[in-house]
Design a binder for this molecule. Sequence first.
Ligand SMILES: [Zn+2]
Length: 292
Amino acid sequence: MFRVVLASLLLATPAAAQDPLKVVTTFTVIADMARNVAGDAAEVVSVTRPGAEIHGYSPTPGDLRGAIDADLILWNGLNLELWFAQFLENLGDIPAATISDGVEPIPIAEGAYEGRANPHAWMGADAAMVYVDNIRDALSEVDPSNAETYAANAEAYKAKIAATLEPIRAELAAIPEERRWLVTCEGAFSYLARDLGLREMFLWPMNTDAVGTPQQVRRVIDGVRDHDIPVVFCESTVNTDPARQVARETGAAYGGELYVDSLSEADGPVPTYLDLLRVTSETVARGLTGAR
Ligand SMILES: [Zn+2]
C-alpha cells in the first residue's frame, strides 16, 4: 500500500513541477520580454493583440476571462495603460508587477500630460535593463523554484538588448549633429532619442491626446523647414497621413513606419522586442543618412 502511494506521488510530482506559470501582460512588447526571461517555465499572453493601440484600449469580457487564472500580471505603468487600474480591479486578487519601477522617467514636454512621465521607457537601453530585472524579480517571487533559470535568462537577454543597439549607436554617431533629428507622430521616442543622441520633434505628445490637428501639422512643417530636417517618420499603430502631409509640404522624405507600442504578427517585420529595437533604429538611421 505504502509503495503504491509513494509511486503515485513520484509520478505526480514531475507533472506538477512542469505545470507552467501563467503570466498575463498588457501589451505585446512586455509579453516578448517576459517570454525571454521565463523561457519554458511560464506561458505568457498579452491582453492587447499585435498592432493594437495600447494607451486607451478597452478590455473586453474575453480579455478578463483570459486573465482570471493568471499567476502574475505584468504591466508597464508610467501612465501607459490608462485602462489598467479598472482591469486589475475586475480581476480581483492577482499579483501584479509594474515593470517600469525604478526607471528614471523623462517628462512629457507638452499637451494634456505635460510634466508627467513619458511611458515609452522600453525604447531606452538603460530602462530596458530595469524592465528585464523587474520581470525576473516578479517571476522569481511567484515561482521561487525557477529563480535561477529566470536570473540566467535575464542576464543573457540583457546582453542581447545591448548588442542590438550598439551598432546603430555607432552608425548614428557618424551623422552630422545638425541632421540628427527624429520627427515622428507620437512623442514616443524620448528614451530612444536620448540614447542615440537625437533631438525630437513630434506631431502629438500622446496617442490619447488630440492627434493630427491642423495646428500640429502646421507647427511640425515649420519646425522641419526651420531646421532643414531631411526625413519624417510615423508609427505602425496610428494614422500616418499627417506625417506624410508634413513630408509632402516640406520636401522632406517620408522615412516609413517606426515600431514602438506594438510588435507585429509572427510573420511581420517585428515579431520580437529585439526586432522592434533593431528595425526602428535602422529605419531611423537609414532615413537620416539618406540611404534608401
Ligand atoms: Zn505610445
